[in-house]
Design a protein around this ligand. Structure first.
Ligand SMILES: [Zn+2]
Length: 150
């Protein structure tokens, strides 16, 4: 009975759903991209449902620079898997996080991208300590809310 005008009258509200990346939402980087994508989709849909979102517009992800995950294949799998869900047509936005390398001889520290250089650019030492660069997690979602009841 009747038409729901509320949808047209009120502009769709967009907001961001933030994840606590330190604990719950990291995805094991060694997983195959298809499995990783399934993980992303599940986490995103759960969060969207919990937050009463109508649609997921975008998903922000961090990928370590040394991770073997390829952005394009994630988006490819995601487009397939998300059909018919709240996340259909959502854009995946990837942010690459560089690894940090510290030279154990001269203490010089520098960001590293794959492939790693085996030597310190400052003193030529090969005694390097690499940290980070392999993380992979969801940072936030951009969602649209449920329209008001009518
Ligand atoms: Zn050095």
């Amino acid at each position: 009975m009747g038409t729901c005008w509320t949808v047209f009258q009120s502009p769709v509200r967009r907001r961001r759903v933030q994840f606590d990346t330190r604990f719950n939402y990291s995805i094991i980087p060694a997983m195959h991209e298809l499995a990783v994508t399934e993980g992303i989709l599940k986490i995103a849909l759960d969060a969207a449902n919990q937050n009463g979102a109508r649609r997921i517009v975008a998903i922000d992800l961090v990928i370590g620079e040394l991770s073997s995950i390829v952005d394009d294949s994630i988006q490819f799998y995601f487009d397939q898997l998300s059909r018919g869900t709240l996340a259909e047509k959502a854009a995946l936005r990837f942010q690459r996080e560089p690894a940090q390398v510290v030279c154990l001889d001269c203490r010089h520290s520098f960001p590293a991208r794959a492939p790693l250089t085996p030597q310190c650019p400052q003193c030529g030492s090969a005694r390097l300590r690499v940290s980070g660069g392999r993380e992979f997690h969801i940072v936030s979602l951009e969602v649209e809310d449920e329209p008001a009841d009518c």
